[in-house]
Design a protein around this ligand. Structure first.
Ligand SMILES: Cc1ncc(COP(=O)(O)O)c(C=O)c1O
Length: 393
């Protein structure tokens, strides 16, 4: 037997030894044990539209998708995804060759990175990053190169010079996320244009995670794939979980050129092959919901953002009011605190609320040491109660 690389997980391979249990599992368990309000994990506490839930139950009862659906996804859903890209962004996609349905955005990220990277390739990811990015880059045997979003004038900003300087001859891929979890930053059209020019100039592939595309409170979401030169080098990822509040259904998708889709599909077929059969039909209906659905979702979440942001500010946190997503990042320094992880571990006992320390999303732990993330995709009464409890700090 080889030498164990991790004392509590002796059989885990070296590529993944650094990845412990996710912080979400730890904090959700803490929430349950202490009966706290869980603003840690980002799932809505209210289900999505009843008509979409009914569509899913109808699909099950009428035998739609109960057996293995087609590998790329059911045609109804692929057609609806293509229509969505056309409707919201004016981007034309062939549902047969340029759309791939996945088991949530999580599988899309894994399949894309495993398909497109060679061992040793460098991947530039915006830090703080969604936790599966680092693990999937490691699974691909690639090297992650973080570019840190830094607080500036009340928001987290990308330093384009730092991004340019991070590209080396070994860089294969940029892994983007906009709107950005956990900071709530939405990259501006000017930033996206600069990123696109860099990708073209240095011949890089881009995987862009746009799962919060419909949760933009200021300005509009700009898909990177629509910018000059990007169509043939961009893999765009989205998910029904965030837009329709059915995170447990795990229906995600990729849109890209036929060549990129073919590469990702080759990996995806050996990960899950297929998933979420009946839910795929329901999400096909969801994608066709009228504009009023999307407007209400956004307005509802903007109001919730304001309740929690105001509550956090009143409790003494420095608040970075997000432009998008359903997360708020705060800084705990004004409370005299220095370590977000210790703060989050103690918070349930102190006032019955659970949050996530952003430092787990950083390679540069010092850069995120005092940041804490709060999810506001919860009922208004829950958010008001959380704000009330936080005042005790
Ligand atoms: C940035 C980002 N990407 C991907 C995901 C995962 O999406 P899914 O549940 O569709 O796998 C999440 C979920 O929190 C996320 O925040």
């Amino acid at each position: 037997m080889s030498t164990p690389v991790s004392s509590d997980r002796p059989f885990l391979n070296r590529r993944l030894a650094a990845f412990g249990t996710t912080i979400f599992a730890e904090m959700s368990a803490l929430a349950t044990r202490t009966g706290s309000i869980n603003l840690g994990q980002g799932f809505p506490d209210t289900d999505g539209p009843a008509q979409i839930a009914e569509a899913a139950s109808r699909a099950v009862l009428t035998g739609l998708g109960n057996q293995y659906p087609p590998g790329p996804g059911v045609p109804e859903l692929r057609t609806a995804i293509a229509a969505h890209q056309q409707r919201f962004y004016g981007l034309a996609h062939d549902p047969d060759t340029e759309v791939l349905v996945t088991a949530g955005a999580t599988e899309a990220i894994a399949a894309a990175l495993l398909a497109l990277l060679e061992p040793g390739d460098e991947v530039i990811a915006l830090e703080p990053y969604y936790d599966s990015y680092a693990a999937c880059i490691a699974m691909a045997g690639a090297v992650r190169v973080p570019v840190t979003l830094r607080p500036h004038a009340g928001a987290f900003a990308l330093d384009l010079d730092e991004l340019r300087a991070a590209v080396t001859p070994r860089t294969r891929l940029l892994l983007l996320n906009t709107p950005h979890n956990p900071t709530g930053t939405v990259l501006t059209p000017a930033e996206l244009t600069a990123i696109a020019e860099l990708a073209v100039e240095r011949d890089l592939l881009v995987v862009t995670d746009e799962v919060y595309e419909h949760l933009v409170f200021e300005g509009a979401h700009t898909p990177l794939a629509g910018l000059p030169g990007m169509r043939e080098r961009t893999v765009t990822i989205s998910s029904a979980g965030k837009t329709y509040s059915f995170t447990g259904w795990k229906v995600g998708w990729i849109t890209a050129s036929p060549e990129l889709i073919a590469a990702v599909r080759s990996v995806k077929q050996f990960l899950t092959y297929v998933s979420s059969g009946p839910f795929q039909y329901a999400i096909a209906e969801a994608l066709a919901l009228p504009d009023s659905y999307y407007d209400t979702l956004r307005a509802d979440l903007a109001a919730k953002r304001d309740i929690l942001a105001d509550g956090l500010a009143a409790a003494g946190f420095e608040v970075f009011r997000p432009q998008g997503t359903y997360f708020i990042t705060t800084d705990i320094t004004p409370l005299g605190e220095k370590d977000g992880l210790a703060f989050c571990r103690a918070l349930p006992e102190r006032c019955g609320v659970v949050a996530i320390p952003n430092q787990v999303f950083y390679d540069d732990k010092a850069a995120g040491a005092t940041q804490v993330r709060w999810a506001f995709c919860k009922r208004e009464d829950v958010l008001r109660e959380a704000a009330e409890r936080l005042r005790r700090l």
